[in-house]
Design a binder for this molecule. Structure first.
Ligand code: SF4
Length: 342
């Protein structure tokens, strides 16, 4: 199999391994929404502080409506925050400019069909970023495109095919090839396997894992499914109604989830790994209306261990050696009643 070697050129880059490549400080994003005659504010992301470190796979999980995709779009520089600061490679996305940003960060989205131009061939789609950035001669670009198509597991004969002639898995491989052809530092994967058959999901996850090692990539991996991120993640952040409610090393979060919402999410995942133990409490109740969030801790109507304070006062963000947690039951300053649900 041919190696794909592309000079990154003058794209901005941070330095040492483990250094934050993307930093969020108190980031929030609100949208004005019309409901009937009322103009309301939807707070999609609220006060999130987070680093994406070089070389890691940081998974952000939560149900639909938790704000994880909005967070990902801000980390791609595709959306400006309403509050707080985003820095990519140490600089605000607007200061980097679109081209430099695209050299540093690339997305892979959920639906590979809508994200590919149906009128272009696979070769044109994968080669477009090289043309946009003026990388290599025509012959060099053709060679790199063929090598990358082969590297993502597609027959090179498909270079002349159109997206409509490909399966869902093949289309996602094309989207991955396009994202990696200029060798970005960071890839934001937003539910990259959720539109695919289960058998194909595993192949794509394996491919993403191999490519991460081979190209020394940093991933932000967004998913509603803890079972999917278990395979890839170094750290896991859990979002609920716009808040980051738990953050920690993946092995710890999966083996010893601290937040009741994380425990409930895990309870809704069937895992073949016996080390993860039995689900503790399945997720109950409906996801709340983001335009009318519950007072206090937003999770309290669904929380099996909620107590009086939870319906009145939002929990503080607590940072400790394990990571981050937002729950009164983990706050030493709060006298919580015994946890009858455990
Ligand atoms: Fe449950 Fe209360 Fe903790 Fe919220 S603060 S997760 S309602 S125990």
């Amino acid at each position: 199999m041919s190696a794909v070697v592309i000079d990154r050129g003058p794209a901005p880059a941070a330095a040492a391994t483990g250094e934050p490549l993307i930093q969020l400080e108190g980031v929030g994003k609100s949208f004005a929404v019309q409901r009937g005659s009322d103009a309301r504010m939807l707070r999609a992301v609220d006060g999130v502080s987070l680093d994406l470190r070089r070389g890691e796979v940081l998974a952000i999980v939560g149900e639909s409506g938790s704000g994880k995709t909005t967070l990902g779009r801000m980390m791609l520089g595709l959306m400006a925050p309403s509050a707080g600061q985003v820095a990519i490679g140490g600089r605000p996305p607007a200061a980097l400019g679109k081209r430099a940003l695209a050299r540093l960060v690339q997305p892979i989205f959920q639906d590979p069909y809508s994200s590919l131009n149906a009128r272009k061939t696979v070769g044109d789609i994968v080669g477009l970023p090289l043309r946009i950035h003026g990388l290599g001669s025509h012959a060099e670009r053709r060679k790199k495109v063929a090598a990358m198509i082969e590297r993502v597991g597609l027959p090179t004969a498909l270079i002349h095919a159109f997206p409509s002639q490909l399966s869902g898995g093949q289309r996602q491989r094309v989207a991955i090839a396009r994202a990696l052809i200029t060798q970005p530092e960071i890839v934001v994967c937003d539910e990259p396997t959720s539109a695919l058959d289960v058998s194909v999901q595993a192949q794509i996850l394996n491919l993403l894992k191999d490519l991460r090692d081979e190209f020394d990539l940093t991933y932000l991996f967004i998913s509603h499914n803890l079972g999917v991120v278990e395979f890839l993640a170094d750290r896991i952040g859990v979002m609920y109604l716009g808040r980051l409610v738990e953050l920690g090393a993946a092995a710890e979060v999966l083996a010893r989830p601290r937040h009741p919402y994380t425990r409930a999410l895990l309870g809704s995942v069937l895992t073949p790994d016996p080390a993860l133990g039995l689900p503790e409490a399945p997720l109950r109740g409906q996801f709340p209306d983001p335009l009318d969030p519950p007072p206090g801790c937003a999770f309290h109507p669904r929380c099996p261990v909620a107590f009086d304070r939870c319906a009145e006062i939002a929990p503080r963000t607590l940072h400790d050696a394990a990571g981050l947690i937002e729950c009164h039951r983990h706050d030493a300053a709060v006298a919580a009643p015994p946890d009858a649900a455990r």
